[in-house]
Design a binder for this molecule. Sequence first.
Ligand code: ADP
Ligand code: SF4
Length: 681
Amino acid sequence: MTTPFDILFEPVRIGPVTAPNRFYQVPHCNGMGYRMPHSMAAMRGMKAEGGWGVICTEEVEIHHTSDNAPYIEGRLWSDEDIPLWQPMTAAIHAHGSLAGIELAYNGLHVPNLFSRVPPLGPRSMSVSSLSPVQTRRMDKEDFRNLRRWHREAALRAKRAGFDIIYCYAAHNMTLAMQLMLRRYNDRTDEYGGSLQNRVRLFRELIEDTKEAVGDSCGVAVRFAVDELLGDDGLTSQGEGYEIVAMLAELPDLWDVNVSGWANDSATSRFEKEGYQERYIAFVKSLTSKPVVGVGRYTSPDSMVSAIRRGVMDLIGAARPSIADPFLPRKVQEDRLEDIRECIGCNICVTGDMQTVPIRCTQNPTMGEEWRRGWHPEQIQPRRSAKEVLVVGGGPAGLECARALGQRGYTVVLTEARRELGGRVILESALPGLSEWRRVAEWRLGQLAKLPNVSLYPGSPMAAADVLESGIPNVLLATGATWRRDGIGRSLWRPVPGSDGPQVYTPDDLMAGRLPTGRVVIYDDDSYYMGGVLAELLAANGCQVTLITPATLLSYWTQYSLEQKRIQQRLARLGVFWRTQHSLTAIQPDGAQVNDLARGGVDEIPCDGVVLVTERQPNDALYTELLPALDRGKLDSLRVIGDAEAPGIIAQAVYMGHLAAREFEEKAREGTPFLVERTAVA
Ligand code: ADP
Ligand code: SF4
């Protein structure tokens, strides 16, 4: 039987190796790196099991003179590092997929905080992180050394079992790319001046790699065709185009994208599926070699279309493969409705940015494959025929009911509101967040297939209702409510005047109760909510001033790579902001603010104040039911998600999943998960 998706399962030749299909997991960081090789192997191996034809590493340091500290990436400095990678390549090969490695020499992108060796650069210049470090201008010997180190790393990668070896010139991260850029390269030798010269190192690295390992490994390039900087950078009409034309047939595969990372991994708040096509579409017209592109493709129709329209040959994916390691298998088995679509929130990226293992909003098993033994598609069967009541149908309650249902338990889920989905439904109606709805949609789709789970929306439960239900095992996922008094990270006493009628919380705005006129948003939460509400109100015609005690607007969105774009968008909408300001009082016609940097109190005239500070858990039901547990009227009672500890949606999903996995299971002794430890000889 043929299907419209058969084209996605055609093999593709990459030099001497063949990808079994067109599903290609491009390199992606994960916060595990050299520190957690077993976790890494299990995570990548899971994607091979799920059908991804090619699975790549993150960027891998090839020499100690370019280290990524404090970030935890891959490492292949010497032969001693080869065993780090063998579990990963073995796990990938076990499912017939190809393993790719992205060799990286980061030049001015890294301050070498670990090795303490001056980093190399096209010229003496500041490194691109804000570290007080400058590079050393490369001389001829440095170029010779770098080529040797890259070649040696390629040979090591081959010994570690990799099938595809990358030469990396994207994200402004490697010397090969930095030399191409006129704004960095002022050299007058054979590596500077003409484009030919500026591309020389990249060409040499590709040639060296082909010569070293090209007999048995595919040699790929990752190249950013456009930096979205106009004339200051590479563009897909200018030098980005010319470079592809120059090197067209040299590599075995072109993996192309836009630069820097924030543009490449744009969130759904700013870019939709397929957003890179307009930049990369030209590449296939210049080369006969296979082309990989990315753009958060989660829809098999869009994937087929990208191939049929000649935009790319292989569908590159980082985030869609994180949200659903089994995406290819589901397409192949015609189970499209089972695909857990990425929502484009970049919580996965925040792991790498904060040097902790990767996590994902949609896929609670991401990063837990080795340490907890979690599989994204399989779960241990139920221990008994017990019935479970889940109260609250937000992300925590839905995921908990779904996973318990998957285990085979009889589950009743009750939700006060008529629509299931909790905060996800409310927040996804805010500007730019519509894709977040997928968190609820996917779970509701899965729940609909489980006859052992009954859903009761429009059913608020009091303690007496819970006891009357006669179900002795209860999980409470009753969510949280935004505070109305200003207390939060910065303020420990209620703000005078916060009980006024002109004071609002995010819950008010999401319920459709909106301020008008001049509005002050006090953002002491510092993630997305303050900025999103500013956008909502500005679009509604309000004159908005956002004040925050943090040093940056929407501070934590730096880690999700959104901060700059949020700032640009709010500026375009005419929103004003003041960082390092806290709220001291709310008056009928204004907000009194304190300048934390310079000192002094100021007044901002306004008609309304929105307090985005922190949330209080809705745990009253839990408190009321605890005595029933003590009296033996309930067998078990657990509070999960925001009702336990308010946090991000990913955490609510995770806690819902964890509670379902732990139900009736014996806890592991000591630390509840495996820990990768350095062996001490
Ligand atoms: P979480 O992120 O932890 O899942 P949410 O706030 O998204 O939390 O969801 C909690 C859900 O629980 C909301 O949809 C809310 O309407 C529902 N809820 C809260 N209290 C009750 C209750 N007593 N009975 C039924 N549903 C409740
Ligand atoms: Fe997609 Fe968000 Fe998961 Fe990342 S964390 S893969 S962006 S759903």
